[in-house]
Design a protein around this ligand. Structure first.
Ligand SMILES: [Cu+2]
Length: 236
């Protein structure tokens, strides 16, 4: 046979695929799109003023390590994230933002404080999150959550979570619905700091909470060391 044209065809396909994937991701229902480029030591937005509404953040990881992208409110609340973005690839994070001050945070190696870039959202678009009806306050330690009361949460409720890190390693608090979809998270919070997040609970069912930061001593996710559990969201 003749291997050369076949190799050329495979190469052409390999070059085309990431572009096709990117186009598919950005072709959603977002009102606008903005590009974020992460390198080993920079996180760059292609604009610093964005129109309110559904916004596609098209994140390209040009660093040498796997990375993730967060969009945060100016109070540090996580609005959304994409993780495990490997070197040389792109992923799109779509979030609905009302007017205000925000930042993107690229996290090369998916650890540490990451690198931030500020932006402003202007205009009347976007859907504001419901006001929380109560606040659940708890502690994170190495490696569990203390005083975490997740009983009597009902479908449709919006709840504020405030986590104080009383441990010695950074901790987070991510909540997944019964299908495994993240519904919100208190982002990585340094020892001694307090982090928060407001989450709205959808369909009733069994939800999961977890911290999937890596313990440097064991190389294991904190969830493997005890920082996970489940709770039930009751029908409204
Ligand atoms: Cu943790």
């Amino acid at each position: 046979m003749n291997p050369l044209p076949q190799r050329a065809a495979t190469l052409a396909l390999a070059l085309l695929l990431p572009i096709a994937g990117l186009a598919a991701c950005s072709g959603g229902t977002a009102d606008s799109a903005t590009a974020v480029t992460g390198t080993d030591d920079a996180c760059t937005l292609d604009r610093d003023v964005i129109e309110a509404g559904k916004i596609d953040f098209e994140f390209t990881n040009n660093g040498k390590d796997v990375s993730e992208l967060y969009v945060l409110k100016d109070n540090g609340d996580v609005v959304g994230e994409v993780e495990n973005v490997t070197t040389g690839t792109s992923r799109t994070l779509t979030v609905d933002l009302v007017a205000g001050d925000y930042e993107v945070n690229c996290k090369p190696g998916m650890k540490g404080k990451g690198i931030s870039a500020d932006f402003t959202v202007t205009g009347d678009g976007g859907t504001a999150q419901a006001k929380p009806e109560r606040t659940v306050t708890f502690d994170a330690v190495d490696f569990t959550y203390e005083d975490l009361d997740l009983s009597s949460i009902k479908s449709g409720q919006t709840i504020r979570f405030e986590m104080t890190n009383s441990g010695t390693e950074p901790h987070e608090f991510e909540v997944l619905d019964s299908t495994g979809e993240p519904i919100g998270e208190v982002g990585a919070t340094e020892p001694g700091d307090t982090g928060g997040a407001t989450m709205t609970f959808g369909a009733p069912g069994k939800y999961t909470y977890q911290c999937i930061l890596i313990d440097p001593k064991t190389g294991k996710k904190h969830s493997m060391l005890g920082m996970t559990g489940t709770f039930t969201v009751a029908p409204a």
